[in-house]
Design a protein around this ligand. Structure first.
Ligand code: EPU
Length: 417
């Protein structure tokens, strides 16, 4: 198992280019199921989750090839309608093939994702929405088995805005008979990117990016030729890295408008930020100021930045209150940060973080993707050596992170194991 070793204390300086958004690329890849023919998707990051989705699509009978940031998929033949447990347990986003498979073939058999390190994460809202569209669903032996002779448009209200739930329904509705209205839909930029990709295939979708999305079903769709948006969470992660190292980092190929909540909180913490249409330059203060955050669905502060922000709060001047409202167990990084000398107390969904002058390097364990990133940031800020174990989590979502950080001046290396 690979580890990452960091000698903390170096100030980060220079430029870093942001990769394509993992959480936009995954649903767009699944959307290729909806048409026959060859789809081309560019600006796709080279990550483990992307190759897992590629392998799953290949398992369904599709051609999959990834080269130089471009994914080519051939969906002429769908020979299987099953997403087996082995895929779903390594990547929950495998559930994104459910909607498109039913829309294309009238059938799907997708393993139910279990809980994961950050919470129970049920898929009841995906199932409820598909049932409203006329899909017969049975849950049997750990699988969602779905059948529909025709999908019909429906009004679907989500009790909670769900990102992949909205995406699954949007894909299914694109080929349904009549109008589907998704109410209390997720507004995340990745949902909008999928809607844009579907529209480029010939779908009729209005309102993506708002709480009400209207999809008027069409009879067929064209293959994709589409470029994925930059990753707003990777962008925020490099902002946090600059903030804790008194660095000056220019982040290129990003979309600042997708990171407003994070930018605003960084500014409150004393980070000087300048921006253009596709760049952000962050200059870290001598010591960040304490800032409170509450995670919320977009455009609120993203749960996927909570852990990285906490690494900054851990060395801030003062006490920050961090409230996690999206996932019930997303504080797994806290115990590891405490091993580095952080002063953090958790009560329910709230973490009280008393900033310390300096963290001390220590061996720590990554528990999920964003927790791993937060430990890297803590390691950059710490005195001495930090070794982050189980970095396979990191490889699911950050393209070449140690190379990018090294180019900015970090003392970081991967230990192959
Ligand atoms: N929820 C339900 N029922 C459902 C679906 C969701 O109760 O049927 C709940 C969840 O348990 C959670 C909340 O609704 O409390 C929101 O979850 P959501 O469905 O939006 O999460 P997701 O679609 O499973 C995506 C991202 C996550 C990101 C969340 C929240 C992808 C592939 N994953 O997950 O990304 O944290 O939205 O923004 O898009 C990551 O990249 O590290 C990551 C975990």
């Amino acid at each position: 198992m690979d580890k990452i070793e960091i000698a903390g204390g170096a100030s980060l300086n220079g430029e870093v280019a942001i990769s394509g958004a993992k959480n936009a690329a995954l649903p767009v890849m699944a959307a290729s199921i909806l048409s026959s023919g060859e789809s081309h998707i560019s600006n796709v990051p080279c990550l483990r989750d992307i190759s897992t989705m590629g392998k799953l699509l290949a398992h369904l009978g599709m051609g999959f090839h990834q080269e130089n940031g471009c994914v080519i998929l051939n969906s002429d033949n769908i020979t299987s309608i099953e997403a087996p447990y082995d895929f779903v347990r390594t990547m929950r986003a495998s559930v994104l093939v459910l909607g498109p498979l039913i829309a294309r073939t009238g059938r799907a058999k997708v393993s139910l994702p279990g809980g994961c390190a950050i919470g129970a994460r049920p898929v009841n809202l995906h199932i409820m929405g598909l049932e409203k569209m006329g899909v017969q669903i049975t849950l049997s032996e750990g699988y969602i088995e779905a059948r529909a002779s025709r999908l019909r448009g429906a009004t679907v209200y989500f009790d909670i805005p769900t990102v992949t739930g909205t995406e699954n329904l949007m894909m299914a509705a694109s080929l349904a008979d009549g109008m589907t209205v998704l109410e209390n839909a997720a507004c995340e930029p990745e949902v909008v990117d999928l809607a844009d990709a579907l529209v480029s295939m010939g779908a009729d979708i209005k309102g993506a990016g708002t709480g009400i999305i209207r999809i008027n079903g069409v009879s067929s769709l064209r293959p994709l030729d589409y470029r994925i948006i930059p990753d707003r969470i990777e962008t925020g992660t490099y902002l946090a890295a600059a903030a804790v190292t008194r660095g000056k980092v220019k982040i290129t190929n990003c979309r600042p408008e997708h990171a407003e909540a994070v930018i605003s909180k960084m500014e409150q913490a004393g980070v000087k930020i300048t921006r253009s249409d596709d760049t952000l330059t962050a200059e870290g203060p001598d010591r960040p100021a304490a800032v409170d955050i509450k995670t919320m669905p977009y455009p609120g502060f993203p749960t996927d930045m909570q852990a990285q922000f906490m690494a900054m709060a851990a060395v801030a001047g003062g006490t920050s209150i961090i409230t996690e409202n999206i996932f019930e167990n997303r504080f797994m990084h806290v115990a590891e940060m405490k091993r580095m000398g952080a002063d953090i107390k958790i009560e329910g969904s709230t973490a009280t973080v008393k900033g310390v002058k300096a963290l001390k390097g220590a061996p720590v364990m990554a528990t999920d993707l964003r927790a791993s990133a937060s430990l890297i940031i803590a390691g950059l800020a710490a005195q001495g050596k930090t070794v982050v174990d189980r970095v396979y989590h990191l490889d699911r979502g950050y393209e070449r992170i140690e190379e990018k950080l090294k180019a900015l001046g970090a003392d970081i290396r991967r230990i192959r194991g």
